[in-house]
Design a protein around this ligand. Structure first.
Ligand SMILES: Nc1ncnc2c1ncn2[C@@H]1O[C@H](COP(=O)(O)OP(=O)(O)O)[C@@H](O)[C@H]1O
Ligand SMILES: [Mg+2]
Length: 362
């Protein structure tokens, strides 16, 4: 699979070549390429005539946001790559897809390994059509919500930071993802009345671990799911909570000292307890007072937004839970999130329908 920086380059190239253009009927030559859409006809029909608004990257996928409400999802497989098609060039062996635009220009996907995938999914039905993508954070229509949030003055600075960070490194990418994840929470809270669901916290943690896998590895992380716990709420928000705590724990590393990060889920009676601990720098008493304030950060420009903990706390409170912190300067920090458990036999669907978030939000 393309490494992330490489994928980001491909994303930018794809964006440059495709944004504002409309697809002609794509030429599909890979036998298995479009199997997610059933057959290539479906893929071709859903793509034809659609205009590309933007191109995102979500985990290993390149995601084209189309003006017809659909998403074009490309997974390059183990050896796949994209290339701009030069006039009159012959397609190399392994070409599985050629995307041509009505305004001219073509891009092809070459996949010598035969493991690439291309499919079209409705952006408001992504959780069903591509659950693995929903799991890494792109949710129904969130792109639009994020962009509307991004336009707000209060986060304009975060956007500038994001642009500065992008040129830095892969860590920069991680930060941008973090900022976007925070903003996504803001956006989601604007949506009143979204139904709550039974959420498996083990799965939430696994999703975070997948997202932060690279950084967690260097932080010699320990993940321990002692008991599965179901809570009632919003999966994406709970992912953001744990992700923010895990990113903070990773960032707490002091130079020349190993930082052991651990994430633990256990059950305490009717309460689910998530602990995110590190052996990093710890938090001083004066900072402790301001920890959960929005925009409070001790991190350098481009590193922190100061939004993580305030959002995390709001989400946890809205879920009827609590968030605590124990810390010792120079020894490390432990954040503990407690959430009320939802017993599966309690009839999740009826509860879900009967419970609205309003009134709970803090
Ligand atoms: N695990 C931790 N170890 C040390 N300091 C932390 C930890 N988590 C949070 N902090 C402190 O709290 C501040 C606010 O955190 P947060 O709201 O996530 O914003 P950000 O991470 O963008 O700075 C951080 O800048 C940092 O000073
Ligand atoms: Mg943070």
């Amino acid at each position: 699979m393309a490494e992330l920086p490489e994928l980001e380059t491909l994303r930018r190239e794809l964006e440059k070549e495709s944004v504002g253009k409309r697809f002609k009927v794509p030429e599909v030559t890979g036998a298995k390429l479009t199997k997610r859409n059933g057959n290539k006809k479906v893929f071709q029909q859903r793509l034809e005539g659609a205009k590309v608004k933007s191109v995102d990257r979500r985990g290993p996928y390149l995601v084209g946001n189309l003006d017809n409400g659909e998403l074009l999802l490309l997974h390059l497989g183990e050896k796949g790559y994209l290339e701009k098609v030069a006039p009159r060039s012959t397609a190399p062996k392994g070409t599985v897809l050629t995307l041509a635009f009505t305004q001219g220009g073509q891009i092809r996907l070459v996949d010598p390994g035969g493991t690439a995938q291309a499919f079209v999914a409705a952006s408001d039905n992504l959780a069903e059509e591509a659950p693995e993508l929903a799991a890494i954070g792109l949710e129904a229509g969130s792109a639009e919500r994020v962009s509307s949030v991004l336009q707000r003055a209060e986060v304009a600075f975060a956007r500038r930071e994001a642009v500065a960070a992008i040129s830095e490194s892969l860590q920069g990418m991680e930060r941008i993802r973090q900022i976007v994840a925070s903003l996504r929470s803001v956006a989601r809270r604007d949506q009143a009345g979204e139904p709550v669901q039974a959420v498996a916290l083990a799965e939430v943690i696994e999703s975070v671990v997948r997202t932060a896998a690279h950084d967690l590895k260097s932080a010699s992380a320990r993940v321990e799911i002692r008991e599965p716990c179901l809570v009632l709420g919003h999966r994406g928000e709970l992912v953001d909570v744990v992700l923010n705590l895990v990113v903070n724990a990773i960032q707490a590393r002091e130079e020349h000292r190993p930082n052991q990060v651990s994430v633990e889920l256990r059950r305490d009676g009717q309460t689910a307890v998530i602990r995110v601990a590190d052996t990093g720098k710890g938090i001083s008493a004066s900072h402790m007072k301001r920890l959960f304030e929005p925009f409070f950060t001790t991190k350098g420009p481009g590193e922190g937004t100061g939004l993580g903990l305030s959002l995390a706390r709001n989400i946890v409170l809205a879920h009827g839970g609590s968030i605590d912190v124990q810390t010792e300067a120079g020894a490390g920090t432990t954040f503990t999130v407690r959430l009320p458990i939802q017993e599966p036999e309690a009839g999740v669907t009826s509860v879900a329908r009967g419970t609205s978030r309003s009134g709970k939000a803090g």
